[in-house]
Design a protein around this ligand. Structure first.
Ligand SMILES: *Cc1c(COP(=O)(O)O)cnc(C)c1O
Length: 439
């Protein structure tokens, strides 16, 4: 299948090119030329299939023309070496726990899939591939861990100084090998700008093979649709979907996760609404309310992986629905929560149910509480393990209440190694050229 650019100024490209380039040459985002629905029969019997089987069926629709079955099967199974269970929290509200992977956040799914797909496409390539990734917290660790030790690939993680938690930082600054962490004196949007500028720099791209691992990459964002299908299957299996409408609440920053859900719906998944749960970075909320879209600088919140002022995947949402505000707002409804509201929600749910929400999942949960009626079943995406934000969590619910998984404890013991840079593109470019010439 070919992939076209949302800006439509360049011809469609192959999957291989879309994955290696990340961003289209006209600065647009790649979209699959067509979305092939899974038949009614598939959904009727979906509860009889495992997560891996469902994911493979979905993957075949997107990638089956471009990767042979056997390799695709292997990529799917290696990616999903952990489960994404749906657990009951309260009444008709369920948590889709996406934090059982190696870095305890949903980005493990996309990052692991992309690392394997990139390796597949570059298996005969002699030159080194350089992955540049901007992170507001969890992308960096998921991508770095997804690519760690993969031969022929260097990863450069750019992150805003002082704006990610210690645990998040440790997960990509202590790895060594083919992973380099760059601490930028600026915001996440600055980091994203540096990465985008590098991709658009003609000379740089002539000399070196650069690619993106941000959620703009089709190999990262499309696989995120797998767990939406599986969540539906698991609830159906438990008899929870009888005569009920399905609502997903998605804690959103760059909107890659939510966009993957929209693709799942386009493929036939019976979803009645997507709730776009934002923190105070609310440009999409505002768009859904008013039809006006005004990107602006991000502000810092407790749910820092959602501190995005210019959500990159919004272009995909517009494209998917032909720029129609009417259509988009009939599929998505926006919610936004202040730090105080997030704090109260975490406290309340912990007190009433014993379930520990992280600050991002708390936004999703809150949206379901506001929106659901008794004819609906709601699933919120619990996008990270609460222990990734221990300081914040302990301030909210008191010390000793946040269990630390072994995988996280291990990172905390590692030695931090970073390169410090300003947010100036030319400084970054110079550093990168030196680094790549010497490697
Ligand atoms: C990245 C991230 C988000 C936002 O996801 P998008 O796909 O960028 O909307 C939400 N929660 C957590 C924990 C994240 O790491």
């Amino acid at each position: 299948m070919k992939y076209y650019s949302t800006n439509r100024q360049v011809p469609p490209v192959s999957l291989r090119t879309a994955v290696i380039k990340g961003l289209a040459a006209d600065n647009g985002l790649f979209m699959p030329m067509s979305v092939q629905p899974l038949g009614e029969g598939f959904f009727e019997g979906i509860q009889h299939f495992s997560f891996q089987e469902i994911a493979f069926a979905v993957a075949l629709r997107f990638f089956g023309d471009d990767i042979d079955r056997q390799h695709l099967h292997q990529i799917v199974n290696e990616t999903l070496s952990f489960d994404c269970p749906v657990v009951p929290v309260k009444d008709n509200i369920w948590s889709l726990e996406l934090f059982h992977g190696p870095t305890l956040a949903f980005k493990d799914v996309g990052a692991r899939f992309m690392a394997r797909m990139l390796r597949y496409f570059l298996k005969d390539n002699k030159s080194v591939v350089n992955v540049l990734v901007a992170t507001s917290g969890d992308t960096g660790s998921a991508v770095a861990n997804g690519f760690l030790g993969v031969e022929g690939i260097n990863v450069f993680v750019l992150y805003p100084r002082g704006k990610v938690s210690e645990i998040q930082e440790k997960q990509f600054t202590t790895l060594g090998q083919n992973i380099t962490a760059i601490e930028v004196d600026g915001t996440f949007d600055d980091c994203q700008r540096l990465v985008k500028s590098a991709f658009l720099d003609h000379d740089l791209n002539k000399k070196f093979l650069l690619t993106s691992a941000n959620s703009i990459n089709v190999a990262r964002f499309l696989p995120q649709s797998f767990y939406y299908f599986n969540a539906y299957a698991r609830l159906k299996e438990r008899g929870e979907m009888k005569d009920k409408e399905l609502v997903f609440a998605v804690p959103s920053g760059n909107f890659g996760n939510l966009t993957a859900g929209l693709f799942a719906m386009e493929m036939g998944l019976p979803v009645s609404r997507f709730l776009a749960a934002n923190n105070e970075n609310d440009v999409v909320y505002e768009y859904l309310q008013t039809g006006e879209y005004h990107p602006r600088p991000s502000v810092e919140t407790l749910a820092n992986a959602m501190d995005v002022g210019t959500p990159s995947n919004f272009a995909r949402i517009l494209d998917l629905f032909g720029d129609s505000h009417v259509k988009i707002s009939s599929v998505m409804k926006g919610f936004r929560y202040s730090d105080d509201e997030i704090t109260e929600m975490i406290k309340k749910v912990f007190r009433d149910t014993g379930y520990l929400l992280d600050p991002h999942g708390a936004c999703g949960y809150a949206a379901l509480e506001e929106y659901l009626d008794e004819n609906q079943t709601g699933i919120f995406l619990e996008t990270a393990h609460p222990a990734k934000f221990t300081d914040t969590m302990e301030r909210i619910i008191g010390p000793g209440n946040v269990p630390m998984p072994d995988t996280l404890a291990k990172y905390l013991k590692g030695k931090r190694e970073v390169v410090g840079l300003s947010s100036d593109f030319w400084e970054f470019r110079q550093w990168l050229v030196n680094e790549l010439n010497n490697s």
